[in-house]
Design a protein around this ligand. Structure first.
Ligand SMILES: *[C@@H]1O[C@H](CO)[C@@H](O)[C@H](O)[C@H]1NC(C)=O
Ligand SMILES: *[C@@H]1O[C@H](CO)[C@@H](O)[C@H](O)[C@H]1NC(C)=O
Length: 478
């Protein structure tokens, strides 16, 4: 820790930056020194007179009229949290409303001290630029308000090419830097999509921005098709593991960069990732030019790959040049965790109906194995009335709906009924069973936003036509 952060016997004010927040000062009373020339429109200030502790101290001080925008000393008093903080326009700053923030502060004119008022020489150890002083205390712990485990899935295809690949790395580096990586803040890792995906580094490898930036620089261009869908699935399964550094109870986020368009299906990969609890953000860069449109399988790929096509999970940049202004809005999205409940309980979650063969040829013990198999699949989904839904039908020549999509909305209940399914025993008419399920099980949930899947668990041959009903089921699912 730099000497700048140990106020000499409480006499010298602490030099802070434009963005130091009330909660960064862990004291009942502190004298601080605001720099001059802070960009007023970038201040986050919540409240009036009493400010929520997430507010910028210098912003609050300008808002309160304690200092002008040329900076100066400010005294900060910590206060308890409030029910609400109001929004007031004062001294060039529009403060914002906030409710129920757990701590607050207020500001008064600080003690002037000629030496410190110049903003210089608070520390003798390092020449203190505002930047250095800001970084020092946050360096290790990072930005606690943006605790997230983030994978950057970058495009390493021939499509993007070496040159734009480097610009992409630059951009990712800037995003990583602004996130505020640290032990208590966001952790990031990097995966490169190319013919075969490669995990370049994991969440646990580096927990400081400096190391991450260095690691990003070292990443070499791989080339090949982008196979972004394949890489996204790989990331969900292999990157986001506890062994690789995933932390409990923290949002998992993958930021997928796509230059142009993906070479494979990313819609299904998006669903898989969300089933693993990963929030999928798509950053699309450049659009296919008219001559390229013929090569694009689906121009609406972004909307289909994200959880909700309301713009939150997607981000577009026209090209890789002049991307600096796109850094901050992206970082803000990635730190808006209250919007990320979408991962598993999402518009395009799944409805899965299991069609279980109860014919005599299966036998009692194999029937138990089938149920176990069905349980194991069902177990992997987040079952709820707004998430995945499960139904089961048993069939012989006849069909029996064991339970339908709307019967149970918790995993425990679903697993319990599966365990208790009684073996029917009889002939096998798979085709009839498919038609029955489409009509009676999928029919009533026609309006569901989830994707529909029919999983047939059978020991083999059917005595009726399967192809016709199967094709009809496909059509019905469209
Ligand atoms: C703010 O909270 C107070 C009580 O703490 C309440 O009387 C007032 O109506 C609230 N204002 C708003 C805008 O919610
Ligand atoms: C990341 O950590 C893993 C496991 O500890 C290690 O095998 C790998 O070499 C590390 N990667 C880098 C880039 O340091």
């Amino acid at each position: 820790m730099s000497a700048a952060w140990i106020p000499a016997l409480g006499l010298a004010p602490i030099a802070i930056t434009c963005f130091t927040r009330g909660l960064d000062i862990r004291k009942e009373k502190a004298d601080v020194l605001c720099p001059g020339g802070c960009p007023l429109e970038e201040f986050s200030v919540y409240g009036n007179i009493v400010y929520a502790s997430v507010s910028s101290i210098c912003g609050a001080a300008v808002h309160r009229g304690v200092i002008s925008n040329s900076g100066g000393p400010v005294r900060v008093y910590s206060l308890p949290g409030r029910e609400n903080y109001s929004s007031v326009d004062a001294n060039g700053i529009q403060s914002q409303m906030l409710s129920r923030w757990s701590a607050s502060f207020t500001v008064t004119k600080g003690k002037s001290s000629t030496q410190e008022a110049t903003g210089q020489a608070v520390s003798t150890a390092h020449p203190p630029t505002g930047k250095r002083l800001k970084k020092t205390p946050e360096k290790k712990t990072g930005n606690k308000d943006c605790k997230a485990d983030i994978a950057f899935l970058i495009d390493g295809s021939f499509n993007i090419g070496q040159r734009r690949f480097n610009l992409q790395k630059n951009f990712v580096g800037k995003v990583a830097l602004m996130l505020g990586i640290g032990t208590e803040g966001p952790h990031v890792g990097l995966v490169q999509a190319s013919e075969h995906p490669k995990i370049e580094f994991y969440l646990k490898n580096f927990t400081s921005a400096k190391d991450v930036l260095f690691a990003i620089k070292e990443v070499g261009f791989r080339g090949g098709n982008s196979n972004t869908g394949k890489a996204l699935k790989h990331t969900a399964q292999k990157f986001f593991t506890v062994d690789a550094g995933v932390r409990k109870g923290i949002p998992k986020v993958v930021v997928v960069f796509i230059d142009g368009w993906p070479s494979d299906d990313i819609e299904e990969a998006g669903i898989v990732a969300r089933e693993f609890g990963v929030n999928v953000f798509i950053v699309s860069v450049a659009k296919p030019i008219p001559e390229e449109l013929g090569m694009v399988q689906d121009v609406t790929f972004v909307d289909k790959a994200v959880c909700r096509n309301n713009g939150f999970f997607s981000y577009h940049m026209p090209n890789w040049f002049g991307t600096t202004k796109y850094v901050k809005p992206l970082v803000q999205k990635l730190c808006t965790h209250e919007q990320m409940m979408c991962s598993k309980t999402c518009y395009n979650s799944v409805n899965i109906a299991f069609l279980i063969d109860g014919s005599s040829s299966v036998g009692d013990s194999n029937f138990r194995l089938m149920l176990e198999f069905v349980s194991n699949i069902a177990k992997t989904f987040e079952i709820s009335d707004i998430g995945a839904k499960i139904a089961a039908v048993q069939f012989t020549y006849d069909q029996r709906t064991e339970f339908s999509f709307t019967d149970y909305s918790t995993k425990e209940n679903v697993l319990a009924v599966i365990r208790n399914i009684r073996y029917m025993s009889g002939g096998t008419a798979t085709g009839d069973a498919i038609s029955f399920t489409v009509r009676n099980v999928f029919g009533p949930i026609r309006e569901s936003p989830n994707k529909n899947f029919l999983v047939i668990v059978t020991d083999g041959q059917s005595y009726d036509d399967v192809q016709g009903p199967a094709a009809a089921a496909h059509d019905a699912a469209k």
